[in-house]
Design a protein around this ligand. Structure first.
Ligand code: ZN
Length: 150
């Protein structure tokens, strides 16, 4: 188990140091800003949509390792998904980081996002891990108002 934990930490650090899909999208259909005042994390999510699915997702922002790695892995995970599929994936992800039991099928649906399982031991970090997800939901809902975890 501790090997797995090391591996998970390595993946999170890698995505923190070299975030994927980082920077504004030149053309985007919707975007939203998110802020987690508890930690000071800030993120802006940019989405390009096609036929009701996320064709491309990028983000920009500054935050702790958990929030940055979460945004990086999330922007990969939501590509090709509909709004409903993104909502469903976030529900499973939220259960993971808050320590709720998951079925094998749910765990499988998370893919690489499973690296955030350690967050359940740090309740204050749940908001860091969830920030990008709340923000992408706001973008998909085309909300102009910035979202806050508070
Ligand atoms: Zn944070």
């Amino acid at each position: 188990m501790s090997d797995l934990r090391d591996l998970y930490q390595e993946v999170i650090l890698d995505h923190y140091k070299k975030p994927r899909n980082f920077g504004e999208l030149e053309t985007c259909d919707c975007k939203a800003d998110g802020h987690n005042p508890l930690c000071g994390d800030k993120v802006t999510v940019y989405l390009l949509l096609e036929d009701g699915r996320v064709r491309d997702a990028h983000f920009k922002g500054e935050g702790c390792a958990i929030s940055t790695a979460s945004a990086s892995l999330m922007t990969d995970a939501i590509k090709g998904k509909t709004k409903d599929e993104v909502d469903r994936l976030f529900n499973v992800f939220h259960d993971l980081v808050t320590g709720k039991p998951l079925s094998d099928e749910q765990t499988e649906s998370l893919g690489k996002l499973a690296v955030f399982s350690g967050v359940q031991e740090f309740p204050l970090r749940v908001k860091c891990a969830s920030l990008a997800w709340h923000t992408v939901q706001a973008a998909l809902a085309n909300e102009e108002a910035p979202v806050s975890t508070e």
